[in-house]
Ligand binder design. Structure first.
Ligand SMILES: NC(=O)c1ccc[n+]([C@@H]2O[C@H](COP(=O)([O-])OP(=O)(O)OC[C@H]3O[C@@H](n4cnc5c(N)ncnc54)[C@H](O)[C@@H]3O)[C@@H](O)[C@H]2O)c1
Length: 446
């Protein structure tokens, strides 16, 4: 239901709880619009310190610049105790998965408990909630009902989060039966200048929209990856298969790129959350579980293919990329990291380069990993080089020159960013996901 008749409030004091990828982007983009004052609340000491010093603790294109531009309209604090009554609170704390596969709600519980100090302040939750949790929000916030509570799930993609905030595909408002139009008008006010379809739905539907959207994206990727493996086995170029099916408008070609698997903090988690939510109600959730299994298998298949082509002893692999996707420094659920760890377990010396991941974080995540400060250096003495993250700069490396630095010129393109013909022309044996192996033509000396 559109909130057409309510008079929008003037400039607001907005508090964003949780300054991670979602909270920081939300808060900084809001402040940059120049109208509202934003207070970011962050409990992690390192992130807090860096933000208070004017630095940007995460890598996201355009975010550091936007933060610098809007610094005077942003206050960064370590606790809600330091915040005066705000007009609106956005909750953007993490909702990761625990070791048992159940949602870890500790951040949400602690943040909502802290918010009980303001029983009348408007609160909207941007964090992704597992099915069935939204209805508990008023109680978690210590309120009798959800009159001034809503959800507003975030759909940004890391790597283009600032752009996605400004140009969202849709804005979803989840409301309780009692949520007032006045509350929704306050939340809508934040998006006044943003053009996007708006959907007002029940809170339970809003949380499912978010979970299912991620699940469906993962479904496309895992299916395409399964088809890629099948194509490899049957001597087919998967790109031809995808071109052929993509011409059917019911199928299309968007988000249908084969690769060594998906990662990040959202897609893998959402599948587990969906499976667990269904299981609790007696549903088998075959599809959600299969998507995850295919994704793990895809990463292991890539590792097996590398191991099959390198010597058993004292082998060296160069790894291009560590983050779970390009334009982010995020290692959460990263397939590249999985590949690095599996190779290290097999006794391979792995030298990696990533343009954004800080070396100390990479080595902490994969002990024993060697870090190269330049992409070119991972080729040095390598028995194989694998592209694990689709950073665009990896597509333009001077391959002919780098061939001579390898011990064995084999290139595993886990992200499909190099034209096989170029790699072969540069003297590399090329292996791509869903592609047929291609080797340089060797001219025998007479
Ligand atoms: N990362 C994405 O691409 C993305 C996209 C859409 C939705 N989401 C969802 O948004 C939520 C946040 O994701 P994220 O990637 O920003 O997570 P994140 O881990 O990067 O950020 C969460 C931040 O909240 C802080 N925090 C925890 N408890 C706090 C408290 N009580 N007070 C103040 N700060 C607190 C943490 O220290 C952390 O910095 C999750 O529910 C996630 O599923 C994430």
């Amino acid at each position: 239901m559109p909130i057409g008749t309510f008079c929008y409030p003037p400039a607001m004091r907005i508090t964003v709880v949780g300054a991670g990828y979602v909270g920081l982007v939300t808060g900084v983009c809001l402040a940059r619009r120049g109208e509202h004052h934003v207070t970011l609340v962050e409990t992690a000491p390192n992130r807090l310190r860096e933000l208070q010093a004017g630095g940007m603790p995460i890598e996201e294109p355009g975010l550091a610049e936007a933060f610098a531009e809007s610094r005077e309209r942003i206050t960064v604090v370590g606790s809600l105790d330091q915040v005066e009554d705000p007009d609106l609170v956005f909750l953007a704390v993490g909702t990761p998965i625990s070791d048992t596969g159940e949602p870890d709600l500790s951040q949400l519980q602690s943040a909502t408990a802290d918010l009980r100090r303001w029983p009348d302040v408007d609160v909207s939750v941007r964090s992704t909630l597992p099915p069935g949790l939204s209805v508990r929000l008023p109680k978690l916030l210590g309120r009798a009902d959800g009159a001034r509570v809503s959800t507003n799930p975030e759909f940004l993609r890391q790597g283009s989060a600032v752009h996605d905030y400004e140009h969202p595909s849709r804005i979803i408002f989840g409301r309780f039966a009692e949520t007032t139009d006045a509350h929704l008008a306050v939340v809508e006010r934040v998006y006044a200048a943003i053009e996007a379809p708006r959907l007002h739905v029940d809170v339970a539907a809003a949380e499912l929209i978010k979970n299912v959207a991620n699940g469906f994206l993962a479904l496309k990727l895992s299916f395409v990856n399964e088809v890629a493996a099948l194509s490899e086995e049957y001597g087919v170029e998967v790109t031809e298969v995808l071109d052929g099916i993509g011409l059917d408008p019911r199928i299309g070609s968007v988000y249908m790129r084969p690769g060594l698997g998906f990662g990040g903090s959202c897609l893998p988690k959402e599948l587990q959350v969906l499976a667990a939510a269904g299981r609790r109600r007696g549903l088998s959730m075959h599809v959600a579980r299969a998507i995850s299994q295919v994704n793990v298998e895809q990463q292991d298949r890539f590792v097996r293919q590398i191991l099959a082509e390198i010597p058993r002893d004292e082998s060296r692999v160069g790894l291009l990329g560590l983050s779970f996707k390009a334009d982010t420094d995020d290692l959460r659920g990263s397939p590249a990291l999985h590949v690095a760890r599996r190779l290290l377990e097999e006794g391979v010396v792995v030298t990696a380069h990533d343009p954004a991941v800080r070396p100390d974080r990479a080595v902490a995540a994969a002990p024993g990993l060697q870090i190269a400060s330049r992409a070119e250096d991972v080729f040095e003495g390598a028995d194989a080089v694998a592209i694990a993250t689709e950073w665009p700069q990896f597509a333009t490396l001077p391959l002919p020159r780098l061939r001579d630095r390898t011990r064995q010129p084999i290139l595993f393109d886990g992200r499909g960013i190099i034209a096989a013909a170029d790699a072969v022309a540069a003297g590399f044996h090329y292996r791509g996901v869903g592609r047929q192996p291609r080797s340089p033509i060797v001219v025998e000396a007479r």
